[in-house]
Design a binder for this molecule. Structure first.
Ligand code: HAM
Length: 426
C-alpha cells in the first residue's frame, strides 16, 4: 500500500472548525431573510440525470460543454453532480406536480454545487450557493421582490455596497431578433475579436457581450443595445421593473451589455458585483426563465430566481474585516484538580449538558495550567474549578474567564448560579 498522503481534490477545500461559525452565520442570515420574504426551503439531491442540465442550462454553454462532473453509474445511467440549483428545483416542482394546486410558489435552497472550472481565488470546483426561485408569475413586482431580496441579504450580512447590474434580454423572439442584429454587427469586425469570441458568433453570440478581453470589449461598446430591440410587452415589463425598484430605493445600474452564461434566461437578468472581487467575478446573479418550465415538459409557468456564491461572499466579508462572528452560546469548562474531582466533574458535565449548557472538560486529568489553557482556547466564559479543598467544603469555584474574578458557591447551587450568570451575559 502506498504511504503517500491523500489530499483534498484540487478545487475543493475543507471548512475547518475555526471557519464554520462564519458559514453557519451566513446560512442562518440567509434562511431568516428568505423566510421574511415568504420563501420556503427545498432540498434536492446533489446528483441528477445529466439530461436535466443539458436541456435546461443549454447544450452550447460552457457549463454543459466543459464543466460538468458527469459519470455513468453501474446501472449505465449518465448522472451529473449539480452545477447549479435552478434546474433541480424545476425538476422537483414538475415531478411533484406542485403547479396543480399551487399557482405561485417561492422556494429557497442552500448547498454545494460542482463545476470543473480552473481553480483560482473565488473559483472552486465544489462551491456553495444560497438561492431562490419564485415560480408562477410574470409580474414585474416579483422581479423587484427578488432583486430587493438579494440586495437585502447582503445588507443583512453587513455588505451594504454591492452593486447591481440590471438588463432585459427579452422574450424568445426578442432574443432571436437581437442575435441576428448582433451577428450582423460583429461579422465585419470578426478579426478584432479574441479566438473564443470568433467561435461564439455562430454558437452563442450573446456571450461575446460579456467577454472580458479588452479588444472584444472595445468592439462590444459600439454594438447595438438589446434594450432597443425589445418588443413592446418586454419593454414595458422592463420599464415597470425599473420604476418599482426606484420606488423602494434599491439602487441598480442598467447595463444593456449584461448577459448570462446559462441559456434559460428571458427578460430580466441581473448580477451582483463587489469591488473586493475585482472586475471579473460576480458574487451573485439571476434572472427570469419564463420558458424553462414549459420546455422541461410542464405547463407555461414564468419564473425568476437568483443564486449567491458563499465563497465569494466570505471573500468580501474578509476584505471588509467583517468576518468575525461570535458564538451565540457561552461555553463552560470544568477543571479538575485530582482524580476524585475529575470523577465528580464528569458527573456534573452530563448534568450541565442536560440543562442545555454548553460544557466540556479534559478527557483525562492534566495539570491545572494545561486545563486552564484548554478553557482559554475554546473561549470558555466560565470555568468551574474543583479540587480537594472544594470537595471537602462541598463547594465549587466559578471563575469568570472574561472578568477574571472568582466566586465560591455551594455545589448544589451550581446549575442555578451558572444559568443565572450565562443568561445575564446573553
Ligand atoms: P451563476 O451565475 O452560474 O447562476 O452562479 C451564481 C453564483 O454562484 C455566482 O455569482 C458565483 O458567486 C457563484 N459561483 C458560480 N460558479 C462558481 C465557482 N466555480 N466557484 C465559486 N463560486 C461560483 C446560477 O447558478 C443560476 N442558477 C442562478 C439563478 C437562480 N438564476 C435563476 N435562478
Amino acid at each position: 500500500m502506498s504511504n503517500k498522503s491523500i489530499k483534498a481534490i484540487k478545487g475543493t477545500f475543507d471548512i475547518l472548525p475555526s471557519e464554520t461559525p462564519l458559514w453557519t452565520h451566513i446560512e442562518e442570515v440567509s434562511r431568516k431573510t428568505f423566510e421574511q420574504y415568504g420563501f420556503e426551503e427545498m432540498r434536492t439531491p446533489v446528483f441528477e440525470a445529466t439530461e436535466l442540465f443539458v436541456r435546461s442550462i443549454g447544450e452550447v454553454t460552457d457549463i454543459v460543454q466543459k464543466e460538468m462532473y458527469t459519470f455513468t453509474d453501474p446501472g449505465e445511467r449518465s448522472l451529473t453532480l449539480r452545477p447549479e440549483g435552478t434546474a433541480p428545483v424545476v425538476r422537483a416542482y414538475l415531478e411533484h406536480r406542485i403547479h396543480v394546486n399551487q399557482p405561485f410558489v417561492k422556494y429557497y435552497y442552500i448547498g454545494p454545487m460542482f463545476r470543473r472550472e480552473r481553480p483560482q481565488a473565488g473559483r472552486t470546483r465544489q462551491f456553495h450557493q444560497v438561492g431562490v426561485e419564485a415560480i408562477g408569475s410574470d409580474s414585474p413586482g416579483v422581479d423587484v421582490e427578488t432583486i430587493a431580496l438579494a440586495y437585502r441579504l447582503f445588507v443583512q450580512l453587513g455588505i451594504d455596497d454591492v452593486s447591481i447590474r440590471l438588463n432585459s434580454v427579452g422574450c424568445k423572439p426578442c432574443k432571436e431578433n437581437y442575435s441576428g442584429l448582433l451577428r450582423k454587427f460583429l461579422k465585419p469586425r470578426i478579426s478584432e475579436l479574441c479566438n473564443d469570441c470568433k467561435q461564439r458568433i455562430d454558437r452563442n453570440v450573446f456571450r461575446v457581450l460579456d467577454c472580458k478581453e479588452t479588444a472584444c470589449r472595445k468592439v462590444v461598446a459600439e454594438a447595438p443595445s438589446i434594450l432597443d430591440s425589445l418588443c413592446k410587452p418586454c419593454s414595458e415589463h422592463f420599464d415597470e421593473v425599473c420604476k418599482l425598484l426606484e420606488n423602494i430605493d434599491v439602487p441598480v445600474n442598467i447595463d444593456p451589455r449584461l448577459v448570462r452564461g446559462l441559456d434559460y434566461y428571458t427578460r430580466t437578468v441581473f448580477e451582483l458585483n463587489h469591488s473586493a472581487l475585482g472586475a471579473k467575478d460576480a458574487v451573485g446573479a439571476g434572472g427570469r426563465y419564463d420558458n424553462l418550465i414549459e420546455e422541461m415538459g410542464g405547463p407555461a409557468k414564468p419564473a425568476i430566481g437568483f443564486a449567491i456564491g458563499l465563497e465569494r461572499t466570505i471573500m468580501i466579508l474578509k476584505k471588509k474585516g467583517a468576518d468575525k462572528v461570535s458564538s451565540d452560546k457561552d461555553k463552560v469548562y470544568l477543571i479538575s484538580l485530582g482524580q476524585y474531582a475529575f470523577e465528580l466533574n464528569f458527573k456534573l458535565l452530563e448534568k450541565l449538558r442536560r440543562c442545555g449548557i454548553n460544557a466540556s472538560m479534559d478527557p483525562e486529568p492534566r495539570s491545572t495550567k494545561a486545563q486552564m489553557r484548554a478553557a482559554d482556547r475554546i473561549g470558555a466564559a466560565i470555568a468551574i474549578i474543583r479540587g480537594d479543598r472544594e470537595i471537602e467544603e462541598g463547594v465549587v469555584m466559578l471563575r469568570d474567564m472574561r472578568k477574571g474574578n472568582e466566586d465560591t458557591i455551594r455545589k448544589d447551587n451550581v446549575i442555578d448560579k451558572l444559568l443565572e450568570k450565562l443568561q445575564g451575559e446573553n
